[in-house]
Design a protein around this ligand. Structure first.
Ligand code: SAM
Length: 275
């Protein structure tokens, strides 16, 4: 079995998403998980990856909506307010950044972080098309965020953390970037049950947002270890189901599109309350 180092995973993930960005034409869109990968692992439920957005996306050009590679709707989960600073982990072509930018308005700011240069190029081109100037895209890894400490109100992300080789670092970095009282509102893939090392070593399945996914209980433990409270990881299709509380079952891991929220303890002070 080939050794699976964090560098190797980053490289494979970056290659896949660079290819998607470079080959993108409006008619080829979809989700992070392509059907070929899904069929290979036979644990994929088409319904996980459709009907993403409750938020209004009608105003966005097809260059943006067509390059939507998420697995959920972090925007609706985030309940953003005017004036907030939002950080999007793995911003891709920028769809969630643009919706967030419109919601936080000219007094707010949105930072999208992505490690793939071709994606950043697409996002910046899309930014010029949508004409929003309260959004910026930065190159970087979500395990080592190019963002100052305690500057962000809400961290969002759509189908990215499962791709990371070090989820604990992603949550630690999110915690560092958030202001006290800040929160995360994330859509991601999690599992009930754990993939074997052999399954994880298949890079097509990892980069397709399947076998990099963590068991929900491990995922919650990583969020808690970073310092977050009020942690909730729920099935997007059945929000009443808390995924980390599911009873263990035999057989291959079950894959879920999850809605993830958590809070950084402390009191949030809004700029508007200081004037
Ligand atoms: C499945 S796509 C999702 C893009 C976007 N969030 C969306 O909903 O369309 C994953 C994106 O995350 C980026 N990415 C994956 N792992 C990353 C990491 N460790 N650091 C920074 N970016 C990463 C990829 O380059 C890619 O653009």
């Amino acid at each position: 079995m080939k050794e699976l180092t964090p560098e190797k995973i980053h490289q494979e993930v970056q290659e896949r998403y660079a290819r998607i960005a470079d080959e993108f034409k409006i008619e080829v869109s979809g989700s992070c998980c392509d059907t070929a990968v899904a069929d290979e692992v036979s644990i994929y439920d088409d319904a996980l990856f459709t009907d993403f957005y409750d938020a209004d996306t009608g105003w966005l050009p097809e260059d943006v909506t067509g390059l939507s590679l998420g697995c959920g709707d972090p925007i609706t989960l985030a309940n953003l307010e005017a004036g907030q600073v939002v950080l999007d982990l793995g911003s891709g072509g920028g769809i969630d950044c643009f919706i967030a930018a419109r919601q936080v308005g000219p007094g707010g700011h949105v930072i999208g972080v992505d490690m793939t240069p071709s994606m950043l190029e697409k996002a910046n081109r899309n930014k010029a098309k949508v004409g929003l100037d309260n959004v910026e895209f930065r190159q970087g890894q979500i395990e080592d965020l190019p963002v100052d400490s305690e500057t962000v109100d809400v961290v969002i992300s759509n189908c990215v953390i499962n791709l990371s080789p070090d989820k604990a670092a992603v949550f630690r970095e999110s915690f560092r970037a958030l202001k006290p009282g800040g929160r995360i509102a994330v859509s991601d893939i999690v599992t009930q049950g754990r993939f074997t090392p052999e399954q994880r070593a298949d890079m097509a399945q990892w980069t397709g947002c399947i076998t990099g996914a963590e068991d929900a209980a491990d995922y919650v433990a990583a969020i808690r270890a970073a310092g977050f409270t009020q942690i909730s990881v729920r099935d997007k299709a059945h929000p009443e189901v808390e995924l980390d509380k599911l009873t263990a079952h035999d057989g291959p891991p079950q894959v879920f599109s999850a809605r993830v929220t958590a809070v950084k303890p402390g009191v949030s002070i809004r700029r508007s309350s200081l004037v």
